[in-house]
Design a protein around this ligand. Structure first.
Ligand SMILES: NC(=O)C1=CN([C@@H]2O[C@H](COP(=O)(O)OP(=O)(O)OC[C@H]3O[C@@H](n4cnc5c(N)ncnc54)[C@H](OP(=O)(O)O)[C@@H]3O)[C@@H](O)[C@H]2O)C=CC1
Ligand SMILES: CC(=O)[C@@H](O)[C@H](O)COP(=O)(O)O
Ligand SMILES: [Mn+2]
Length: 409
């Protein structure tokens, strides 16, 4: 290490460490967060960790990071968690309320990395308590974007984007005035089915959908990526996060996943946010924001990558992207409805109850039926968004139970 880096790292250690709560600590983002924290010697402490259903994995990360509180959403795991933490001094708790309790533990920053809508209540609790939130859990914004952004503004707290595209765009925007931005482009890898025919995609198995070419992620987001639904969710996320209307948000397929986002300014300048495809990059950026830390995240080797290519998304083969963009343009709470139906559809696909192409059909059907039945409306609060979410889940499950074979297989 050179003299300057030595001095910088000593200075970082001398500064008070930043305390972090990790929601979703046992998942893909949670584990990358833990790796950054462990590697950043003394820059961070961990106040609390929360997980879903795996008491052993949660106890392990709590011990490794020296957390003082560990919360498991599944109440049935309490005994195992307590046992696994005995003698450590780490307090164990279980049940959905304990996850909110973890989110509210005194801290400087909360990493929101729970998968799916389960993350909405605890993440919103952290925001409402004035915590800076590093947000990976895009479903928070798709389900209840306006309420989250209003609350962040009211509390004067920051929502820092962890999602790679949004983090790249946030960095490329560099606090520019929105009037100086003509367009924002989010890139999509194209997923494992980028070159497949529509017929092949329709019959894809969960194993094939889970085989992402560039990123190692949890199952729900990996399936979303395979159908480009992830990109649709991300356009909705960007709309709320950056306050930019749908017409100024664009998607390009970029199989190398090196350019994560582009900001096009009104004078023709374009700033690209680039990095090797490693979530440790945006995670480290958020954890240390507005400073920067040294990390062992992958470095970008452009000569090694060779060429960067871009293509327009194919809405015929990937209808989920069209369905999501339509939902954003239509408003009336359709992003909330889309998000809820999608979670049920992805679950059913992973359980091999429906085919891959049925995911987008089921989601579109849920949106159309909600409009036809007059129940589609913008939720005015997180509570209303979660009520709508529950209702749509029930309706989507009922559609599945009817077992309309033409639609689902
Ligand atoms: N992975 C990635 O590279 C990226 C992820 N994201 C977003 O980040 C979020 C997390 O994704 P990812 O890490 O891949 O997902 P994973 O499935 O790998 O991890 C999900 C985490 O959430 C926990 N969890 C599930 N339900 C609950 C609950 N009710 N209460 C508390 N914790 C719960 C899981 O615990 P357990 O293991 O015990 O079930 C696990 O720790 C998603 O919203 C995703 O879209 C965004 C960009 C990139
Ligand atoms: C790493 C990340 O941010 C994911 O959301 C990623 O974007 C998924 O890859 P796709 O571009 O294939 O959706
Ligand atoms: Mn992303």
């Amino acid at each position: 290490m050179g003299k300057v880096s030595e001095l910088r790292s000593e200075a970082a250690e001398a500064k008070a460490s930043r305390s972090i709560v990790i929601l979703g600590a046992t998942g893909s983002i949670g584990q990358s967060t833990a790796a950054i924290i462990s590697g950043a010697k003394g820059a961070f402490t961990v106040a609390a960790v929360a997980g879903g259903r795996d008491p052993q994995a949660l106890a392990k990360v709590a011990r490794e990071l020296g957390a003082s509180f560990a919360a498991l959403a599944d109440p049935a795991g309490y005994k195992d968690l307590k046992e696994a933490l005995s003698g450590t001094g780490i307090e164990a708790a279980a049940g959905p309320d304990s996850v909110v309790e973890a989110a509210l533990h005194p801290s400087d920053m909360v990493m929101g990395a729970i998968a799916g809508t389960a993350g909405v209540a605890p993440t919103y609790a952290a925001l409402s308590a004035g915590r800076t939130v590093a947000l990976a859990n895009k479903e928070c914004l798709v389900c209840a974007g306006p309420a989250f952004m209003r609350q962040a503004a009211a509390m004067g707290t920051r929502l820092l984007p962890v999602d790679s595209e949004h983090n790249a765009i946030f960095q490329a925007m560099n606090d520019a005035n929105l009037d100086s931005i003509e367009m924002i482009t989010l890139t999509a890898s194209g997923g494992p089915f980028r070159t497949w025919t529509a017929e092949e995609i329709a019959k894809a198995t969960p194993e094939q959908a889970l085989n992402h070419p560039n990123w190692s992620m949890g199952p729900k987001i990996t399936v979303d990526s395979a159908g480009l639904m992830n990109k649709g969710l991300e356009v909705i996320e960007a709309h709320y996060l950056f306050g930019i209307e749908a017409a100024r948000l664009d998607v390009l397929v970029h199989p190398q996943s090196v350019v994560h986002g582009l900001v096009h300014f009104t004078d023709g300048s374009v700033t690209a946010g680039m990095a090797a495809p490693d979530m440790k990059v945006p995670i480290a950026h958020c954890l240390s924001y507005p400073e920067r830390i040294n990390t062992a995240a992958r470095r970008l080797d452009l000569a090694g990558v060779g060429s960067l290519t871009f293509e327009r998304p194919d809405f015929e083969r990937f209808p989920a992207l069209r369905v999501a963009l339509d939902a954003l343009r239509a408003g009336q709470g359709l992003p909330t409805i889309l998000n809820a139906a999608n979670e049920i559809a992805v679950e059913a696909f992973l359980d091999k109850r429906i085919s891959f192409h049925a995911i987008a059909r089921l989601v579109e059907q849920a949106c159309e039926q909600a409009q036809a039945d007059g129940i589609a409306r913008d939720p005015e609060s997180v509570t209303e968004a979660l009520e709508m979410d529950q209702l749509i889940r029930e309706r989507t499950r009922a559609s599945l139970a009817k077992g309309n074979v033409a639609t689902l297989h």
